[in-house]
Design a protein around this ligand. Structure first.
Ligand code: ADP
Ligand code: MG
Ligand code: ZN
Length: 501
C-alpha cells in the first residue's frame, strides 16, 4: 500500500497512542566466529575467512565460542536480566543465499537472558524500557546486488556473496512493547538505542559502531486509538542504521499508520525498508510467523548451562555503567542535566574526563571541548574525538593559562596552532611567540608610551574619569599584540597616573 498524504505528527498523536518494539542486533567483537575458529576481522578479501562449519558443509560440527557466551551474559546482566541456568540453541530454518546452512543457529524459547530493563534519560526524566530477552545467534553472509539502480535485489543483474560475515556472533536484544512514551516515542527510541550502544561499549564486548553495521536496529511500531487497551498491528522497519534514523523511522511510521487507519484502512504486518534520503519507509515483505521457521533445538550443540558462580563472577566484574557514571560525573562537574546532555550529545564525556585526568580543572576542560573545539569539529564536520588534539594537550593549554603564561585569546591561538599541526602547545607558543608579556619592565615601558601618546586621555583619568582607562588599556594591548594581561595593565596605568582603581 502506498500513502501519499501523511497525517501531521500532532494530529496522529491526538488520535492514537504509539506502541514500539525495538530489536537490536549487536555484532560481538570476539576474535573468532560463534561456532568455528574463523577470524572475524573486517576488511579481508571476500570468502577468505570461511571453513566447512560456517559454510554449512556436510559433516561439519559447530563448537560454541565461550567468549561469545560470556559477552552475552555480561550484556544480560548489565540489562538487569535473569540469566538462564540452562538453555539451548535452536535452528531457525529458511533459505536465503547469504545463509549457506539453510538455517540460522539462534535461540528461540530458551534465550540466555530475559526479563530485564534499561533506564534511559529523556528530557531530564527517566524512562524505563523493559527488556524481553537477549539471545545469542550468528550473522549471515553479505550479498551485494550488482547492476540495479537501488542496490537491492530487484532490478539487479547478478549478486555476489561474501561468507566472511557468516557465523560472526550476534546478540539480539528485544524490548517488551514500549508503551506510555506518547509523543516522545521517537525520542525514547533514540535514547534507548543510544544508551544501549553506550552500555555495550562500556562492557567492551563490541565497538557497536552503527555506521559499520556492528549494531543494527529493527523498529516495530503500531498505533491504537487513544484510550484503547488492545495493541494495533505492527510494522517492522528493518536495519535502521543510525541513531537519527531510529528517531525518524518511528516518527514516519506514526504518521503513516495514522494516515492508513484514519482512512479506514488496515495496517498489514510486514517488514519495511527505511530510506535515509527522505526518512520514509516502503513495504518489504509480508512478515513470516514463527511457525514458518520450523524452529527446533540444535542437535549438534550442547546446551549452555552457565554456573551461578560464573554468573556472579561476571556480575562482580561489570564496569560502572554509563548512566551511573554520567550521573556521578554530572555531580562532580557541577552541571545541570541539560548541560550534561549537551556534553553527551557532543561525544565529549571521555575527552573531558581524560583532560581532567591530565590535571585540568573540570570547568576549563569542559570549556575548551564544548566551546572552541566543538565549534571547530562542527565546522570541519568531524567527531570531536577525531580532531588532531589530545586531552593531554588541552590540559597543557589549561596549565599555561593557570600559570599566567597565556591569556584566553592566546590560549585559543595556541589551540589553533596545535590543530593546524604546528606541534604541541609549548612548541606552538614558542614558534608563534604567544607568551603573555608579564615582564613588568616591558609592560611598564608600554604603559609609559601609551600615556605619552594619549596625553588628553591621561589627563581625564588623572582628573577622576577612571572609566577612560579602558582606552589606554586598549592601546597597550595593541602595542603588545594582545599578549599582555589586561587586568595588570589597567592596574599599572592607574598606579602611574596616581589614581585609585
Ligand atoms: P519478530 O521475530 O516477529 O520480529 P519479536 O518478538 O522478535 O518478533 O519482536 C517483536 C518486537 O515488537 C518486540 O520488541 C515486541 O515487544 C514488539 N511488539 C510486539 N507486538 C507489538 C505491537 N503490536 N506493536 C508494537 N510493537 C510490538
Ligand atoms: Mg525479530
Ligand atoms: Zn568458519
Amino acid at each position: 500500500m502506498t500513502v501519499t498524504e501523511l497525517v501531521s505528527y500532532e494530529d496522529a498523536l491526538a488520535a492514537y497512542d504509539p506502541v514500539m518494539g525495538l530489536e537490536v542486533h549487536v555484532e560481538l567483537g570476539t576474535k573468532t566466529k560463534m561456532f568455528c575458529g574463523c577470524s572475524t576481522a573486517l576488511g579481508a578479501e571476500p570468502n577468505t575467512q570461511t571453513c566447512p562449519t560456517c559454510l554449512g558443509l556436510p559433516g561439519s560440527l559447530p563448537v560454541v565460542n565461550a567468549t561469545g557466551v560470556e559477552s552475552a551474559i555480561k550484556i544480560g546482566l548489565a540489562l538487569n536480566c535473569e540469566i538462564a541456568e540452562w538453555c539451548r540453541f535452536a535452528r531457525k530454518n529458511y533459505f536465503y543465499p547469504d545463509m549457506p546452512k539453510n538455517f540460522q543457529t539462534s535461540q528461540y524459547d530458551e534465550p540466555i537472558a530475559y526479563n530485564g530493563y534499561l533506564d534511559v534519560d529523556v528530557d531530564g526524566e527517566v524512562f524505563r524500557v523493559e527488556i524481553e530477552r537477549a539471545h545469542m545467534e550468528e550473522d549471515t553472509g553479505k550479498s551485494t546486488h550488482v547492476g540495479g539502480a537501488t542496490g537491492r535485489i530487484h532490478g539487479a543483474q547478478h549478486s555476489l556473496l561474501d561468507y566472511n560475515r557468516a557465523g560472526i556472533p550476534l546478540i539480539e536484544i528485544v524490548t517488551k512493547p514500549i508503551v506510555g512514551a506518547g509523543e516522545k516515542a521517537p525520542e525514547v527510541a533514540k535514547a534507548y538505542v543510544t544508551e544501549l550502544r553506550e552500555l555495550i561499549k562500556s562492557l567492551g564486548v563490541s565497538e557497536a559502531r552503527m555506521e559499520m553495521g556492528q549494531m543494527r536496529c529493527d523498529v516495530n511500531l503500531s498505533l491504537r486509538p487513544q484510550g484503547a487497551d488492545k495493541f494495533g498491528t505492527r510494522s517492522e522497519t528493518k536495519n535502521v542504521n543510525s541513531l537519527r534514523s531510529v528517531e525518524r523511522a518511528v516518527r514516519f511510521e506514526i504518521q503513516r499508520h495514522a494516515a492508513v487507519l484514519g482512512d479506514g484502512g488496515t495496517i498489514i504486518q510486514e517488514t519495511r525498508h527505511f530510506h535515509e534520503e527522505d526518512g520514509s519507509t516502503t513495504s518489504g515483505r509480508v512478515k513470516e510467523e514463527a511457525e514458518d521457521y520450523r524452529y527446533f533445538p540444535e542437535p549438534d550443540l550442547v546446551p549452555v548451562a552457565p554456573s551461578r558462580a560464573w554468573v556472579e563472577e561476571l556480575r562482580g566484574g561489570l564496569p560502572e555503567l554509563p548512566r551511573v557514571r554520567r550521573n556521578r560525573l554530572r555531580e562532580e562537574w557541577g552541571l545541570s542535566r541539560h548541560e550534561m546532555q549537551s556534553v553527551l550529545n557532543a561525544g565529549a564525556i571521555d575527552l573531558i574526563t581524560a583532560t581532567i585526568d591530565e590535571g585540568a580543572p573540570a570547568d576549563q576542560a569542559r570549556k575548551w571541548w564544548m566551546g572552541e573545539l566543538a565549534r571547530r569539529a562542527n565546522e570541519d564536520g568531524v567527531e570531536l574525538a577525531a580532531l588532531p588534539i589530545t586531552p593531554a594537550q588541552v590540559a597543557r593549554v589549561c596549565a599555561l593559562v593557570k600559570e599566567g603564561s597565556l591569556n584566553d585569546k592566546l590560549a585559543r591561538q595556541t589551540i589553533e596552532g596545535v590543530l593546524a599541526g604546528e606541534g604541541g602547545p609549548d612548541e606552538v607558543v614558542t614558534k608563534r611567540g604567544l607568551k603573555v608579556v608579564s615582564d613588568e619592565g616591558a609592560l611598564g615601558t608600554a604603559v609609559d608610551e601609551a600615556i605619552a601618546a594619549n596625553a588628553a586621555i591621561a589627563d581625564k583619568i588623572r582628573g577622576g574619569k577612571v572609566a577612560a582607562a579602558g582606552a589606554l588599556v586598549g592601546a597597550v594591548m595593541k602595542a603588545t599584540r594582545g599578549q599582555a594581561d589586561a587586568a595588570r595593565v589597567r592596574e599599572l596605568i592607574l598606579e602611574k597616573l596616581g589614581v585609585e582603581g
